[in-house]
Design a protein around this ligand. Sequence first.
Ligand SMILES: Nc1nc2c(ncn2[C@@H]2O[C@H](COP(=O)(O)OP(=O)(O)O)[C@@H](O)[C@H]2O)c(=O)[nH]1
Ligand SMILES: [Mg+2]
Length: 216
Amino acid sequence: MKIVAAKKILKANDQLAEENRAKLNAAGVFCINVVGSPGAGKTTLLEALFDGLDGRLRPAVIEGDIAGSIDAERIEKLGVPVVQINTQGACHLDAVTIAAAADGLDYAEIDVLVIENIGNLVCTAGFDLGEHLRMVVLSVPEGDDKAAKYPAIFQGSDVLIITKTDLLPHTNFDADRITADMKRLAPRAEVFQVAAMRGDGVPSLADWLVGKCKTR
Ligand SMILES: Nc1nc2c(ncn2[C@@H]2O[C@H](COP(=O)(O)OP(=O)(O)O)[C@@H](O)[C@H]2O)c(=O)[nH]1
Ligand SMILES: [Mg+2]
């Protein structure tokens, strides 16, 4: 019985995710669901990426956190519209929550909506939010075995960002290993290497995002 209930919840989520996507499509807004562990560097990546866009796109952010508004405050400082969601314990965002959060945004003023999901490599894998693309962020200190150990989240992602590459000289992280695992799990996914804090790799990522938004 519990399995049936879980399937119903996922089906309802998928239906609402399609509605979210339809609204985004109607408004011409490209949407990215950013997933990764707590502390992987997701918010830092967004800060660097928005800077790298150099006004070419109008971003907005939905910030998912268990509690608090630390990340939303960081995004707000950039002058980017942001809505903070507090899940109060839930380990992932879902399509219902995104539909509610989107009410706080004016799609007419947005080209790209970035959803920073709850930091988690497991729960976030099962929930479509209505995005066009899922981006998984993995930082060098987390280790190069994470795609092999948490395949679902990598399998369902369209792009992998290996971040904190400034730390490569201090670890045994093998970028070729994680890239090979990603190619096996998600053959069409693109892979970028970024050191968001010092800016390495950010211009290519920003150009890629502009291209994605223009050609969709
Ligand atoms: N060395 C290094 N540290 C980083 C980089 N990006 C983020 N960090 C640090 O990693 C920690 C977590 O970053 P944050 O962006 O808040 O991660 P989030 O929880 O995934 O959003 C912070 O202390 C950041 O300063 C990077 O490119 N290099
Ligand atoms: Mg964050």
